[in-house]
Each structure stands twice: as structure tokens, then as C-alpha cells.
Design a protein around this ligand. Sequence first.
Ligand code: PAF
Length: 293
Amino acid sequence: MNIAIVGPGAIGSLWASYLTEAGHQVNLWSRQPAAKLTIQRDQYAQQSLLNNNTQALQQSDVILVTLKAPSVLTVLSAIAKHIDQDSIIVLMHNGMGTAEGVNALLPNNPLLLATTTHGAYRPSMTQVLHTGYGQTLLGAANSQGELCQFLVDVFNHALSDVTWHSNINQALWTKLAINCAINPLTAIHQVTNGELVQPHYQQQLQNIVNEVSLVMNAEGFEIDVNHLLQTVNNVIHATSNNYSSMEQDIAHQRRSEIDFITGYLLESASRHNIDAPYNQALYQAVKKIEQSW
Ligand code: PAF
């Protein structure tokens, strides 16, 4: 297949590399001006891929968007004129709230949402390290997307384990809960995920997760608060040496995904008349840091 990767950061470069290896014709769309970009994954041979080539983008059967949530609509609006209405769009990022805008911008395209637990790290512009094997879930965000379940086989063949989720929003909400718990705390205190096992953080995690589970229940997802807290702690243990994406954004003075993580949660809480003071305080603390730059 012809596959475009829009926003080849760590996760996008990882998929670009595996999909190329699986025999697909992969092209990139990035901030870099070069006509070709090189990707070298782990110890494997370099791959050279077309970059910012409007014809390749137009001919793409699948467009995998691995941009961070705050950039998704801006970048897709800028390149919408080069996107064929039959191209399947797949959004893969932390946080929620971009699908509505993308559906409005590209109403005829099949739209899928994905979430992955693979770990990837980009030590330089040309290298990507696959730091942890994980799982990828894929599901439809519009009726045309419902017809694209076959993509599971395409993606699974390149980088397993990929499964179809008939209610992808439930999976995305669980991932949102994990990000609401881990990301703001690690960003504000500039600590690794593993630091959150300390008792004073555990109390805060409990408060955050309590509020998130109230909102998730109001959204129609039956959630057991202890199970959710356990899930958060499992991720903390599995990624204990990592700095979360929000920690890294704040450390490098880049705009974080807070509006699409805690911000998204707070919007939903307010729609359901639920008070979420702990999450509100974390949201404001991250915003205050961003505004101080
Ligand atoms: O945003 C991140 O960094 C990741 O989603 C997670 C799971 C919190 C691990 O660091």
C-alpha cells in the first residue's frame, strides 16, 4: 500500500520503518524541508523515504497521523488540498478531542483512531529506537471508518500486536485516565514516571483517578476506581525510568498536550456537572508554567 506518515516523531518514525520493512511504499510529511529523509531503526539498515511530496501524499491509501494533538488540525488543514477523499486517515496520539475537527475538515474520508503502548525514542533526527514492545488498538471514528477493519492485518503484519476495538472511545478514555494521572504530576515536578510510587504522589493519584472515574461513568463507561488506579500503577511500574511526554515538553519549553488530556477531561466533567478540583488544579499549574515562558 501507499502509506503517508504525517508527523514522523518517535512513534511515527517507528511505524514508518516497520511499514517500509513490511513492503509498503511509505512517504513522510514533516517540518523538515528535505525532499528525502533517512530513518535508521535500532541496528537495522537505513531507509530513505520521500518527504513533503504532494504527489505521494495524494496517492496515499492510508495517512497515519502521528502528530501531537495540538498540531493535528493546523497541519491537516494546511495539507487538506493534497488529501484524496478515499485516503483512510488514522489518528494516533495522546489525548482526545481531535476527531471532531478532522471529521468536519475531511467529511468524506474514512477516519480511524488508534492508541499504542509501544515505546520509541529518537536520539537524533535520523535514528529511532524501539524501546518497548506494546499493543496497538484501532477503531472507527465515522461510518466510512467502520469498513476499514482490514487495516488491522496490514498494521499487524508490520508491527504486532494490533487489534480492532469496536468501541475505541472506551480504550481512548482508559488511556486518557492514565495520562491524566501520570503526565501533569511528572511535568509539574519534573520527575520520572517511577517517582510516582512515593506515598505523597500515591495520594494525589488516588484523588485524580477518583475524579476521572466519576466522569468516565457519566460518559457511560462502567469503571471500577480501584481497577483504574491499579492500571495506572501498572503503567508507572512498566515505564518507571521514562520521562512522560508532558514532562519532556515542559522541560523543553514546548506547548504540552494538557488541553487534550486534562482539559478534555474537565470539559466532559463540566458537561456532566461534576466537580474535579484536583484535575482543575493540575490543569492550571501546567498552564501557568506554559504561560511563564
Ligand atoms: O505520555 C506518555 O509519556 C505515555 O503515554 C505514558 C503512558 C504516560 C508513559 O510515559
